[in-house]
Every structure is written in C-alpha cells, then in structure tokens.
Design a protein around this ligand. Structure first.
Ligand code: HEC
Ligand code: HEC
Ligand code: HEC
Ligand code: HEC
Ligand code: HEC
Length: 267
C-alpha cells in the first residue's frame, strides 16, 4: 500500500504537485483514477471523430477520381437550336435499340465550321470534327457490362421520363465533372453521392436494388414511376397484415428471388 501511495504521490507531483501535501491515501487514489480516465475518454472521442472523418469525408474523396469531359456541352442551348428536341440526338433506331450519346453525324450539319468563339466549340471542331474523330464522352449512367438495360422497355413501353433515371442533365448548361470509382471503375452516379446509400431522388443512385425497387412497385402498379412514400409503404404493410396475400406489393418480397428473375437484367 505504501509503495502504491508513493507512486501516486510521484505521479501527482509530476502532474503539477497541487494538493499533494495534505491529501490522505484514498483521495490520492481517487485523483489518480480521475486523471487517467480523462485521457481515455479524450482519446476515445478523438478516435471516434477521426474515424468518422476518415470514413465519411476522406475515404469518398480518395475513392473517386475526378475527370473532365473532353469538351463541355450545353444542353439548353442545343435543345433550343434543334428541331426534334432530345430525339435529334438521343433517338431509337429502326430496330428499337437506343442511339445513346450522339455521334459526330448528329453535329456535323451545324459544326462543319466554327460558328462562334466558344473555346469548347473551337476545340470540338479542330480536334474532332475536322479529324473525323468521335468525342470520347464519359457516360455518367454506364452500367457494368453484365447488366442488360433497354431504353425501349422503359421510355417507349412504360412511357417513363428521362429525368426519373438521369436527373436534370437535359436541362443543364454545362456537363458536370465525371467521378470514377477507383476500385470498380464505374461512375459515381451508380453508387450515388452518399456513401451510406441514402437517396432523395429516384436518379440519385442506380444500383441493383434501385432497379429492383422500382420493378417491384411496377408490378403493383404499372403506372407509378415515383418512389414510394413511407406512408404508402405503411398502408401496403397494414393491408398485408390484415388481408394476407391481397396486396400485390407484398408478394414475393424481392423481385430478384422470383423464378428466372436474374435473367431479366443479366443476360
Ligand atoms: C445536339 C445534341 C443533343 C440534344 C438535342 C440533347 N442532347 Fe443529351 N447529350 C448530348 C451529348 C453530346 C451528351 C454527352 C455528354 C455525356 O457524356 O454525358 C449528352 C448526354 C445526355 C445525358 C447523359 C447520359 C450519361 O449518362 O452520360 C442525358 C441524360 C441527356 N443527354 C438527356 C437529354 C435530354 C433529356 C434532352 C432533351 C431535353 C437532350 N439530352 C438533348 C447531346 C444532346
Ligand atoms: C442545329 C444545329 C446544331 C447542332 C445539331 C449541334 N450544334 Fe453545337 N452549337 C450550335 C450553335 C448555334 C452553337 C452556339 C455557337 C456560338 O455562337 O457560340 C453551338 C455551340 C456548341 C458548342 C460550344 C458551346 C458549348 O459549350 O456547348 C459545343 C461544344 C457544341 N456546340 C457541340 C456540339 C456537339 C458535340 C453536337 C453534336 C452532338 C452539336 N454541337 C450539335 C448548333 C448546333
Ligand atoms: C429506367 C431508367 C431510365 C430512363 C427512363 C432513361 N434512361 Fe437513359 N440510361 C439508363 C441506364 C441504366 C443507362 C446505362 C445503360 C448501360 O450502361 O447499359 C442509360 C444510358 C443512357 C445514355 C448513354 C447511353 C450510351 O451508352 O451511349 C443516354 C444518352 C441516355 N441514357 C439518355 C436518356 C434519355 C434522353 C432518356 C429519356 C428519353 C432516358 N435516357 C431515359 C436509364 C434510364
Ligand atoms: C423508376 C422505375 C424503374 C427503374 C429505376 C428501372 N426500371 Fe426497368 N422497368 C421499369 C418498367 C415500368 C418496365 C416495363 C415493365 C413491362 O413492360 O412489363 C421495366 C422493364 C425492364 C426490362 C424489360 C423487362 C422485360 O420483361 O422485358 C428490363 C431488362 C429492365 N427493366 C431492366 C432495368 C435495369 C437493369 C434497371 C436499373 C439499371 C432498371 N430496369 C431500372 C421500371 C424501372
Ligand atoms: C432489376 C434488374 C436486376 C435484377 C433482377 C438482378 N440484377 Fe444483378 N445487377 C443489376 C445492376 C444494375 C447491377 C450493377 C449495379 C450494382 O452493382 O448494383 C447488378 C450487379 C450484379 C452483380 C455484381 C456484378 C459487378 O460486376 O459488379 C452481381 C453478382 C449480380 N448483379 C447478381 C444478380 C443475381 C444473382 C440476381 C438474381 C437473384 C440479380 N443480380 C438480379 C441489376 C439486376
């Protein structure tokens, strides 16, 4: 006990020496405990914040590399110039396949020669049009090769709007920075801005779950293309509880677990 007591005294003295002379052994002991608990809690808090900052702020920054599009493109300006709106550049071919991002062919009528003095147009005409090279556009919505996606089924078949899946790119004046996931090589628009997977809009992310979520709702109601509100979900759930098997949305639980379901999107 006396050795301990001496130890405590020494530590107390090291730490500044205040209150050493008069205190009894018990008080000394208590003081020592308090002094060692303080740093532990502090280190815990520092560690907690450090890992939160690392996980939520630094990791996403390191995970994505930022790339600029080869040239900028103004949708608003062009939609006003062309005759057929979006379809002048993004159209369905005869066989029902989708043209996707436009080829030089769709631009050449207007950009054979430089029309204005925008540096992007000058670069476009000099580096691509006059050399006959296609612009290597970076595609925000590009899915892995194993995924089968058909615009015809969604746009023609189900009459869906581009905004539902792509957001407001068609009304933008400038192309945003493309962010590439260093591990998977896919665009950040697939996983979405939030690393935790939260989304506010239907177009915020487009992972397998997001496709499946909408498909499940579509089975319940072909017309609806918006995300379910929590109230609707609750009502569906209550119907399931009271009258089991009557609500269509409750059936199966997951579109992926239905028979042959994987082959809808993976051919
Ligand atoms: C004059 C041609 C032209 C017209 C008209 C046009 N676009 Fe585009 N659009 C482009 C080009 C070029 C890109 C390539 C940029 C890129 O890689 O995203 C693009 C890209 C897009 C993309 C992004 C695809 C992706 O994932 O990268 C969407 C969505 C889009 N356009 C929607 C629209 C909509 C909606 C309209 C009509 C309101 C429209 N566009 C009209 C030329 C056009
Ligand atoms: C119907 C005619 C028309 C078509 C088709 C067209 N453009 Fe343009 N484009 C214009 C006009 C007009 C301007 C404005 C020129 C100016 O005064 O600077 C312009 C400007 C531009 C610019 C510079 C401004 C900016 O930042 O967007 C780029 C780059 C461009 N066009 C690329 C394209 C590409 C790529 C295509 C094909 C996918 C295309 N254009 C198709 C008419 C057209
Ligand atoms: C149901 C969701 C959905 C809707 C609705 C939709 N798209 Fe897409 N779009 C996608 C997906 C997913 C991809 C990626 C496909 C892939 O990589 O195989 C894509 C790809 C694209 C691309 C790039 C294609 C390429 O590889 O060249 C363009 C351009 C595009 N969409 C424009 C549009 C336009 C314009 C509309 C409205 C007429 C539209 N999309 C409606 C989901 C959608
Ligand atoms: C916001 C709603 C929505 C989203 C998101 C969505 N889809 Fe769809 N999908 C539909 C609707 C509606 C249909 C048409 C259903 C029909 O014709 O029976 C459909 C049909 C399809 C079909 C054709 C199915 C068939 O039976 O021929 C495929 C393939 C498909 N979607 C793949 C995808 C993939 C892959 C994604 C994600 C990248 C996706 N979809 C995202 C609503 C959506
Ligand atoms: C509604 C469309 C849809 C259905 C149904 C679906 N998938 Fe997917 N799957 C996707 C999309 C889109 C991706 C790419 C985005 C992602 O990684 O989430 C994907 C990615 C995957 C990947 C990762 C591949 C890679 O390269 O990243 C695997 C593995 C996979 N799916 C397996 C399955 C299996 C097994 C089933 C059936 C139980 C299934 N999927 C059903 C749309 C679908």
């Amino acid at each position: 006990m006396s050795a301990l007591d001496n130890n405590a005294k020494e530590i107390a003295e090291d730490a500044g020496g205040e209150g050493v002379a008069t205190s009894s052994p018990e008080i000394n002991q208590k003081e020592q405990d308090n002094r060692s608990a303080g740093p532990v809690i502090l280190f815990f808090i520092i560690g907690l914040f450090a890992s939160l900052i690392l996980g939520w702020i630094i990791f996403p920054k390191l995970l994505y590399s930022k790339k600029k599009q080869p040239i900028d493109f103004n949708h608003v300006l062009h939609v006003a110039e062309v005759e057929d709106g979006c379809e002048s550049c993004h159209f369905f071919r005869e066989d029902g396949t989708y043209s996707g991002v436009p080829k030089l062919e769709q631009c050449i009528d207007c950009h054979e020669e430089i029309q204005g003095d925008s540096p992007d147009e000058i670069k476009f005409v000099e580096e691509y049009v006059s050399k006959g090279r296609e612009v290597p556009w970076l595609i925000y919505s590009r899915q892995p090769d194993c995924v089968f996606f058909s615009h015809a089924a969604h746009v023609k078949g189900a009459g869906m709007d581009c905004v539902t899946c792509h957001g407001h790119i068609g009304e933008s004046e400038s192309l945003k920075i493309y962010e590439e996931n260093r591990i998977t090589g896919y665009s950040r628009d697939i996983w979405g801005k939030s690393i935790g997977g939260f989304k506010k809009n239907t177009w915020d992310r487009m992972k397998m779950d997001d496709c499946a979520e909408c498909h499940r709702e579509k089975t319940a109601n072909i017309e609806r293309t918006d995300v379910k509100t929590p109230t609707n979900r609750l009502i569906d759930h209550l119907i399931d509880v009271v009258y089991p098997g009557t609500s269509k949305s409750g059936k199966g639980g997951s579109i992926q677990t239905e028979r042959d379901a994987c082959f809808v999107c993976h051919k």
